[in-house]
Design a protein around this ligand. Structure first.
Ligand SMILES: [Zn+2]
Length: 348
């Protein structure tokens, strides 16, 4: 089991001084407050307390209740912030200014067109496609609720053996939403993976049986993407084992692309799996303005490539942004498409 200097390794979260730091009761346990200093607890034993998980699920009157601010019991974090070097932020700002102007012009066109003809599905079929995948689901009830309220084209990826994994998978399946296993894979910074993790030092037998157990723990799984994995996805042999396992079950693979050296997508193609890799992380910085910049990058990529895939997380900031923004998506001249629409099929 890895046990590195997590506190220093994890990206700092945006703190909002206007928000009170409160303790949230989950089952019988108090959740850590939303401070960076306490983040090393994010995968503590509390999250495996099945009784508290069951209790808090039962205390929820409806999965689809209103989304209220929450403080995560745990905050599954990204490993790096590759898109947010000062240079990258400056570049994005420049790109987005042009983009925003372009979008504003398009908005006006769309609106005046809408006065004459109601846009129909037929007309949108040729628009660039954006696809959104929310992963890291399973540790937090509010995050689950927020994600399940997003439009049904938004796919969800669930961490195995987490308190809300089963509930999320069941409701997602009822909603006919594309549901993935979010398979924890070893990272370069020794951040804990939680249950069901896949490690580079595992034997073929160990890795495959762990992955199969993860897959079988969730109903209705049609694909897999990697949680972390900046180490494991660069290792050819373990990736072969992963793709062999997915191939046997006809599952597709999404490369979250947590390392530029990832061989995961190439390996998936080599094994004939349907696959695609992530273009944009929406919320490496948990702030509405930062999320908006990333969303605009997503639109820009979709317009240049025809399709683009964003990965986001069940943070309140992300959920609030997407709830609002996706309602107006036609005005952006793109369509929100299901994940299966953009998979590359190497056998064709
Ligand atoms: Zn993840």
């Amino acid at each position: 089991m890895t046990n590195g200097a997590q506190g220093q390794e994890e990206p700092k979260l945006e703190t909002n001084s206007a928000e009170p730091v409160v303790l949230q009761q989950v089952g019988d346990k108090a959740a850590p407050s939303k401070t960076t200093a306490e983040l090393p607890h994010w995968l503590g034993p509390i999250v495996y307390d099945a009784s508290s998980a069951t209790d808090s699920t039962k205390s929820t009157p409806s999965v689809l209740g209103p989304v209220a601010p929450w403080y995560p019991i745990v905050s599954p974090l990204l490993e790096s912030l590759p898109d947010f070097t000062p240079e990258a932020i400056a570049n994005v700002s420049e790109m987005d200014q042009g983009e925003v102007a372009e979008l504003a012009a398009d908005d006006q066109e769309e609106e005046s067109a809408a006065l004459v003809v109601q846009p129909e599905e037929k007309e949108t079929s040729t628009l660039p496609k954006i696809v959104i995948l929310i992963d890291d689901l399973g540790y937090n009830r509010k995050g689950m609720e927020g994600a399940l309220e997003l439009p049904s084209q938004v796919a969800l990826a669930i961490l195995p053996s987490t308190p809300f994994a089963l509930k999320t998978a069941e409701v997602s399946q009822q909603q006919k939403r594309i549901t993935l296993l979010h398979a924890p894979m070893e990272n370069q910074r020794e951040l804990k993976l939680g249950p069901g993790g896949l490690y580079a030092n595992m034997t073929e037998q160990e890795l495959k049986s762990s992955l199969i157990k993860d897959i079988d723990s969730l109903p209705g799984i049609v694909g897999v993407n990697n949680h972390m994995g900046s180490l494991l996805t660069t290792k050819q042999v373990p990736m072969n084992w992963v793709m062999e396992t997915l191939k046997e079950r006809s599952l597709f693979f999404i490369d979250s692309l947590t390392s530029p050296k990832s061989v995961a997508q190439k390996t998936a193609k080599d094994y004939g799996l349907r696959t695609v890799s992530r273009d944009v992380f929406l919320d490496n910085i948990r702030h509405e303005k930062a999320i908006d910049k990333q969303f605009n990058r997503l639109l820009k990529t979709a317009r240049s490539q025809g399709v683009a895939l964003a990965i986001g997380h069940p943070y309140p900031e992300t959920m609030a942004y997407l709830h609002k923004r996706l309602q107006q998506i036609k005005g952006d001249g793109v369509q929100l498409a299901p994940l299966t629409d953009i998979l590359i099929n190497p056998s064709k």
